[in-house]
Design a protein around this ligand. Structure first.
Ligand SMILES: [Zn+2]
Length: 159
């Protein structure tokens, strides 16, 4: 679904039949695993890890644009994005983290975190779904455990 169907798109922007609202709180959905529920956001690990370390920080409530948030929500949301980025840094050791808010397929505010590794082309666009790379259940669980540990301050004790 995109804005190519203006009626459905407007409904989705208003939170009607929004796929994120329906399943971002689930422990698992067809696309991702829940990593954490924070004050303003839900953190999810996509099953497709073609872009290794790709994590999504979705606003808990439905909103489409940053300007729809109150000042407190906006501040809290970005603090949580930063916390998740810190976890991505500790777990995946990127040379840079990219932060991307599109919403072109689902207009529910969410920020993608893409770790960039030294071998990556800094000029290349990120196509996180160009291929599908699925991990084992144990590998997903390990990543989730490590991200959670950084976020709750206990990372060093599990390593
Ligand atoms: Zn929504």
């Amino acid at each position: 679904m995109t804005w190519k169907d203006p009626v459905k798109w407007e409904a989705m922007k208003n939170g009607k039949d929004c796929p994120f609202c329906l399943d971002i709180r689930l422990e698992e959905n067809p696309y991702s695993f829940k990593v954490a529920e924070l004050s303003q956001s839900i953190v999810r690990l996509p099953r497709n890890q073609y872009w290794r370390g790709w994590v999504i920080v979705a606003l808990k409530r439905h909103a489409t644009e940053l300007f729809e948030l109150t000042a407190d929500e906006l501040s809290g949301y970005w603090q949580e994005v930063a916390l998740v980025a810190k976890a991505v840094q500790r777990v995946f050791h990127p040379v840079k983290i990219n932060y991307a808010i599109y919403g072109n397929l689902c207009p529910h505010l969410h920020c993608h975190l893409f770790p960039q590794q030294i071998g990556n082309d800094p000029h290349a666009p990120i196509k996180q779904n160009a291929e599908e790379v699925f991990l084992t259940e144990a590998e997903y669980r390990q990543i989730i455990k490590e991200l959670q540990a950084v976020m709750n301050g206990s990372f060093d004790s599990i390593k």
